[in-house]
Ligand binder design. Structure first.
Ligand SMILES: Nc1ncnc2c1ncn2[C@@H]1O[C@H](COP(=O)(O)OP(=O)(O)OP(=O)(O)O)[C@@H](O)[C@H]1O
Length: 323
């Protein structure tokens, strides 16, 4: 790879961004509640969480579009609102406006004009699988094509850090996989990425570190394996007059519907042993594995802590059990 085409090469130990004890409120809504997060160079970090969790707010703080209500945010050691801090940053927000009469290649050229050593337009379009759209006006592109272009634009200036807010929303499976490949390639070259997603599948495919956010709080921050072991991955179903009370069992959530009860746990064997010992009059016992997606939803649905006023109401049949 020549100096002209070299991508970002970060050492791997520097912190490119820091969020320290940040709270961000919008009127009465607490979007982020005392969040701290370090982004080391070379990491591919996935922010996972349901709607309204605070993911976009976190990215907007990192890129200086918003300021924290309290706490501190640093980007390359500077306040993110300083233009010098944003020079090495690439960003794709959730919604992007593109000038409709410009052709795809022209849009890339315009953005590239802001950088000292941009990626050649052809290489960028190739990498993101949209080289065939180069002469098309952006106004005539499909939603998915626009999205791919918008994401590609974050990489034009060979940034050291890229923030991607739900990059694959609206993309079909092939386009999604192409985009993942492009993000991985950038990462292999030493680039650092923070991406948000609702989809575990996406985070699983890309991220080496996963931060689960819900209601403005970080619930889990670790490797994918650590996240897996932190979520209840088994559910035990049974019928009984009332949900069994099993002291000492690792039950994180109970969902009841009449005499049917579903208990979520990380240890189904232990739960069943305790169930039998409890003398509960049960029948139709079933133990099923939850997908990681379901397990993740169970964690965020059952998250303890002060719910913000924006938290979605939980179904009345659910009973959350403190761990
Ligand atoms: N400009 C704003 N004014 C008022 N409230 C806002 C504003 N922006 C975000 N919020 C609220 O802050 C909370 C966090 O929103 P945010 O967009 O950061 O979440 P998110 O995790 O990105 O959600 P999604 O996955 O739906 O994009 C939500 O309750 C949202 O309604």
């Amino acid at each position: 790879m020549t100096a002209e085409t070299a991508g970002p090469r970060d050492a791997g130990d520097a912190l490119l961004a820091r969020v320290v004890g940040v709270t961000r409120r919008y009127a009465e809504v607490t979007a982020l509640d005392d969040v701290s997060l370090d982004v080391p160079a070379g990491q591919l970090l996935g922010l996972l969480g349901p709607n309204g969790a605070g993911k976009s707010t976190l990215l907007q703080l990192l890129c200086g579009l918003r300021r924290p209500t309290s706490g501190r945010v640093e980007l390359f050691g500077l306040p993110p609102t300083e233009p010098a801090a944003r020079r090495s940053l690439g960003m794709t927000p959730q919604e992007t406006g593109l000038p409709p009469t410009l052709r795809v290649g022209e849009v890339v050229d315009v953005v590239a004009g802001h950088f000292a050593a941009p990626m050649p337009t052809g290489d960028l379009l190739e990498r993101f699988g949209i080289a065939d759209l180069r002469r098309r006006q952006t106004g005539g592109l499909s939603g998915g094509q626009k999205r791919r272009l918008a994401v590609a634009l974050a990489f034009v200036g060979r940034p050291r850090l890229v923030l991607l807010d739900e990059p694959t929303t609206g993309l079909d499976v092939d386009a999604r996989h192409d985009l993942w490949a492009a993000v991985r390639e950038y990462h292999r070259e030493g680039g650092t990425v923070v991406l948000t997603s609702h989809y575990l599948e996406e985070v699983e495919a890309l991220a080496e570190r996963v931060v689960v956010v819900d209601r403005g709080r970080v619930l889990v921050d670790g490797t994918l394996d650590e996240v897996r072991s932190a979520v209840p991955s088994r559910r035990v179903r049974l019928r009984a007059a009332a949900p069994p009370a099993l002291a000492g069992a690792d039950v994180t959530r109970v969902v009841s519907d009449g005499d049917r009860h579903e208990l979520w746990t990380t240890d189904a064997d232990d739960l069943v042993r305790r169930l039998v010992r409890s003398g509960t009059d049960f029948r139709d016992l079933e133990v099923a594995s939850a997908s990681l997606e379901e397990a993740f939803l169970a964690v965020t649905a059952g998250a303890a802590g002060p719910a913000s006023p924006t938290a979605a109401p939980r179904p009345g049949t659910e009973k959350e059990v403190a761990r």
